[in-house]
Design a protein around this ligand. Structure first.
Ligand SMILES: [Cu+2]
Length: 124
């Protein structure tokens, strides 16, 4: 029962934040070994934000295996949405409905331990 509830809750959260709705704002972000640019983002609660993330390099490259080439854009829970493997020169998109107010960290799980690849989204 507990597992079922956890699954239900995570499905609810997942389906709520990642959306196919029309975006209210488009935010372009560049990511490289120098970090994210911008790394401080202000949005309003309830907005649907289209994040377009462009990688300027391949991050840790193949040193962690072929599957981990490029950078990620991961907004930590409760948003818990991720775009993986954004390779040099590539742009990947994700639409997120900003339903939770507060400050939320976004990071690259591949390389944030080595490079300053993290930032904060402020949801007002
Ligand atoms: Cu990275």
């Amino acid at each position: 029962m507990k597992i079922f509830l956890t699954l239900l809750v995570s499905f609810f959260i997942f389906s709520c934040t990642k959306t196919e709705e029309k975006p209210d704002v488009v935010i372009d972000i560049k990511v490289s070994k120098k970090g994210y640019k911008p790394n401080n983002i202000d949005v309003f609660q309830g907005q649907v934000v289209l994040f377009r993330i462009t990688a300027l390099d391949d991050g840790v490259s193949v040193s962690f295996g072929n599957q981990n080439v490029g950078h990620c854009f991961y907004i930590l829970p409760p948003y818990d949405v991720i775009v993986k493997n954004i390779k040099k020169g590539q742009t990947k998109e994700i639409k997120v409905k900003m339903i939770y107010p507060g400050d939320f960290i976004f990071t690259c799980p591949y390389c944030s331990g080595i490079f300053p690849t993290n930032g904060v989204i402020h949801v007002r």
